[in-house]
Design a protein around this ligand. Structure first.
Ligand SMILES: Cc1cc2nc3c(=O)[nH]c(=O)nc-3n(C[C@H](O)[C@H](O)[C@H](O)COP(=O)(O)O)c2cc1C
Length: 363
């Protein structure tokens, strides 16, 4: 059993692997009449692709996308939108030593326990490269969100122990695009970059925190009790490789406080109900309340590091040591911002359709 499809009405199926022929996605359930071009998908893929900065993997992939179906005269036609990206710089030779020798921190052993084998060439379907499918699905979803002026922005707020200072939400998108760490606090971004390069020089890696803000969501998104908006967002974000924690609003901080401090009190802004604070992160009872939605995720340090690590030889049944070569991000947080946006876009598009905010057949 495996699961490669997400969503109920806006359904995205992804396919492909790190060192296979291609990766991509099939988006079904997108209403007809949505303006969509190859460039819309390419712009998002360019933000995710490796080899673009000194703190990302040096794998040289242009990740050029081709749309195979679902578009007629520049608009979606209501049929499945299939899009594909061919692998061009897959170098499997660096992975030969990891045959039958699961790399610590990767899914190699757990895939073997489940399926009886794993794709030792870069992790196959367990690789970060499969998020190309997320980004394609998210790029289509983004166009649906734009119809309602909903905008999703992800940025890095922490790398290792280094925390960014708070930046006004209205400035986060612009400021975080001005540095390679994708952190809105420019000064701290430089310190983060230094820390990542230091870890890389030592053959090590770093993790961090990526925050996603949803601007201008309508009140009423979410399907209690098994399709709550916060639950669906958490599932989507936890599904991204290397994400080990998700919190909504003040999240784990709420556990330390009291309701007299943390309850978000209501007031009227013209005829709109708003809250004076937003500790709930814009979701109460599993349903959006119209305030900005804020979700943070903890990203673990990139597992492939070049220091010596202990593992086992599954064939010879002995304990061994390995040293990982290959091209890896010393910290994946900057590139994961694009994937987080895509994952959140897909959840929102699905909820907009389920909630009746968008007509399911045509615009
Ligand atoms: C966009 C993206 C890029 C990634 N790049 C790498 C990489 O270069 N090297 C690596 O070891 N892990 C990388 N990962 C992380 C692994 O895929 C992930 O940690 C691994 O599959 C184990 O899954 P888990 O951490 O969710 O348990 C990447 C993940 C994402 C989302």
């Amino acid at each position: 059993m495996s699961k490669n499809t997400t969503g109920n009405m806006f359904r995205v199926t992804t396919f492909g692997s790190s060192h296979g022929k291609a990766l991509g996605a099939v988006v079904d359930g997108c209403p007809a009449g949505l303006e969509l071009s190859r460039e819309d998908l390419q712009a998002e893929l360019d933000l995710r692709r490796p080899g673009t900065s000194k703190i990302s993997s040096s794998r040289e992939e242009t990740d050029e996308v081709e749309i195979l179906s679902g578009i007629f005269q520049g608009k979606t036609d209501g049929t499945p939108i299939a899009a594909v990206v061919y692998n061009k710089d897959a170098d499997s030779s660096a992975y030969e030593p990891f045959k039958n020798k699961p790399r610590p921190g990767h899914g190699d052993y757990t895939w073997t326990a489940k399926y009886g084998h794993y794709d030792y060439r870069g992790g196959g379907r367990g690789s970060g490269r499969v998020t190309i499918g997320h980004v394609i699905g998210g790029a289509v979803a983004k166009k649906i969100l734009e119809l309602l002026q909903i905008r999703v922005v992800s940025h890095v707020t922490q790398i290792g122990e280094i925390k960014a200072n708070h930046v006004a939400y209205s400035l986060v998108e612009e400021y975080s695009q001005e540095n390679i760490v994708r952190c809105a606090d420019q000064k701290t971004a430089l310190k983060m970059e230094e820390a990542i390069l230091k870890a890389k020089a030592k053959g090590d890696s770093l993790g961090g925190i990526v925050e996603t803000i949803i601007f201008n969501p309508p009140a009423g998104l979410g399907e209690p009790v098994f399709g709550k908006l916060d639950a669906d967002l958490a599932q989507a974000l936890m599904g991204i490789g290397s994400v080990k924690g998700v919190e909504v609003g003040f999240g784990f901080e709420l556990a330390k406080s009291t309701a007299s401090v943390t309850n978000d009190e209501y007031y009227f802004e013209k005829d709109q109900v708003r809250t004076t604070t937003n500790t709930s992160g814009g979701i109460v009872g599993g349903i959006s309340n119209g305030m900005p939605i804020v979700v943070r995720m903890a990203v673990k340090p990139t597992p492939s590091i070049s220091t010596v690590q202990k593992t086992v030889d599954l064939k010879k049944k002995e304990e061994i040591e390995i040293k990982i070569k290959g091209r890896h991000d010393p910290c994946i947080c900057p590139r994961v911002t694009t994937v987080a946006q895509a994952a959140v876009n897909m959840v929102l598009a699905d909820h907009l359709l389920k909630g009746g905010f968008i007509h399911p057949c045509r615009l």
